[in-house]
Design a protein around this ligand. Structure first.
Ligand code: TXA
Ligand code: MG
Length: 336
């Protein structure tokens, strides 16, 4: 790590100790961090994000051996996942210990815990000290697209935060996989950076897929309107995408099409239509999705039309975020 960055981390840790709010990079998306033991700093996170105070924050820490310090009870399945995937894009929902104040968890007895896999995030946590942890939701306004570069944080929240640590573009670009437990049974509450296949392998298949409505835990990311750009976004299967493009072009709407099945930029349908080729591979697509949505949000198109991703489980996290970003029905992509 460059020495300039080391100095910035030392000063970021000092700000956090003084009750400040610091944005920092992780391998998934940028987080908005506050010391969980400082109630006014935690309150500022909710204010800056304009997030309802009953929506729980994820607690980030650095040392896996401290899992039982932050969680009251750790089922064997959770230990196995922590061992295999931490540091990494996995959040475990566990009963909170008395070291996690209830304002951090929105009053719930469960806490989301994660060790991020990013040198700057880990250095910041280590600089703070192992008895500390950072509450860090994604560094965006509630309901909007998560930031994957420091510039995204700057444009959306720059005026409101004390400091932004710039670690470049996030490698994964989509939020962590969230896993909850019922006894030894693990349930995916939000698909993300760790794939279903990888989880199933570690738990020998004992994993339950994302559920639309899980009454036992509240995950605001499960709201249909979450992760949304300001421009109306529609998701269409490959077979009906171009029909929709023609329709909108005929109405002289300015349309950008995000497709993956055409290898290159293809000639536009009309002067008001722009085709943007997305990666054909799920991880690469995921890493670019939020930055692409932000970019086209700025270019004042009337519609963002997105080609539905392949049904393959490797696309689960991308499909999930597209469904949430879409103004069309939540549970299935439109078909004609
Ligand atoms: O990748 C990530 O997880 C990023 C980076 C910064 O670590 N963080 C992130 O935080 O996405 P946020 O707050 O934007 O989304 C956290 C999700 C929310 O949907 C929240 O409800 C859920 O995690 N969550 C956190 N604690 C929970 C709990 N105790 N019970 C149920 N869901 C919880
Ligand atoms: Mg978020």
């Amino acid at each position: 790590m460059a020495s300039g960055m080391h100095d910035q981390i030392v000063s970021a840790a000092a700000r956090l100790r003084a009750g400040g709010v610091v944005a920092f990079p992780t391998e998934t998306v940028y987080g908005l961090g506050a010391d969980i033991s400082n109630p006014s700093a935690v309150r500022r996170i909710f204010e800056i994000k304009r997030r309802p105070v009953d929506h729980p924050l994820i607690v980030h820490f650095a040392d896996a051996a401290r899992l039982q310090y932050w969680a009251e009870e750790v089922p064997e399945a959770a230990w196995q996942l922590a061992e295999c995937f931490w540091p990494g894009p996995l959040t475990l929902i566990l009963p909170r210990s008395r070291h996690v104040p209830p304002d951090v968890t929105g009053g719930q007895d469960l806490v989301g815990l994660r060790i991020p896999d990013h040198p700057i995030a880990l250095a910041l946590l280590n600089e703070l000290g192992s008895e500390k942890a950072l509450a860090a939701p994604s560094a965006n306004r509630f309901g909007r697209v998560s930031p994957t570069t420091a510039a995204h944080v700057q444009e959306e929240l720059g005026h409101a935060v004390d400091m932004i640590l710039d670690g470049g573009a996030c490698k994964i670009g989509l939020e962590s996989t969230i896993v909850g437990f019922n006894g030894q049974t693990a349930t995916i509450l939000r698909p993300g950076g760790v794939s279903l296949a990888a989880l199933a392998e570690v738990l020998h298949g004992g994993i339950i897929l994302p559920q639309a409505n899980n009454p036992t835990v509240r995950v605001p990311g499960a709201l249909a309107s979450h992760y949304a750009p300001a421009t109306p976004l529609e998701v269409w299967p490959t077979g009906s995408l171009w029909q929709r493009v023609h329709e909108l072009a005929a109405q002289e709407r300015r349309v950008v099409v995000l497709g993956w099945s055409e290898p290159d930029s293809i000639s536009p349908e009309s002067s008001s239509t722009f085709y943007f080729p997305m990666p054909r591979e799920a991880a690469a697509y995921g890493s670019q999705l939020y930055a692409t949505l932000r970019r086209f949000d700025h270019e004042r198109f009337d519609y963002l039309l997105v080609e539905a991703p392949p049904a393959d489980p490797t696309w689960l996290a991308v499909a999930d975020r597209l469904q949430r970003a879409s103004c069309t029905p939540f549970d299935k992509f439109q078909s004609r």
